[in-house]
Design a protein. Structure first.
Length: 128
């Protein structure tokens, strides 16, 4: 079964980078740049989407709000929040077995490790 990833970032370059890495890992990738568009896609394809990567700052809306909306529907969809600065509002994601935050700039290895949450959320904690 092909993993489906939803990438949400206002920056074209960042979104393209994440998309490229995930496609190289055989993910089907859906790209958006706003919370509302991402939420509409998630609602439409919730059963298929196993991984969401969202920047905290978006063109419209924000990644934290998107994370909360997704969590209200699905406890096991992996949600990775990214930011160029630490964000106190995202601190609760660290207590979520299927969530994590990545501080920019992150490495390809960091991004790959975040996908491990799909299969084994405890594997990521052991690798850090």
């Amino acid at each position: 079964m092909l993993n489906v990833a939803l990438i949400v970032d206002a920056e074209d370059l960042a979104r393209s980078f994440v998309s490229h890495v995930l496609k190289s890992m055989q993910f089907e990738v859906i790209e958006t740049n706003s919370e509302e568009e991402a939420w509409a896609v998630f609602q439409d394809r919730e059963a298929e989407i196993s991984y969401v990567f969202a920047d905290i700052r978006l063109a419209q809306g924000n990644g934290i709000s998107l994370y909360q909306r997704i969590r209200n529907c699905s406890e096991s969809t992996v949600v990775v929040l990214s930011s160029s600065a630490p964000c106190e509002d995202a601190s609760g994601i660290g207590e979520d077995a299927y969530g994590m935050s990545l501080l920019k700039p992150f490495t390809v290895d960091d991004l790959i490790r975040s996908t491990w949450l799909i299969e084994d959320p405890f594997r990521v904690a052991q690798a850090q």
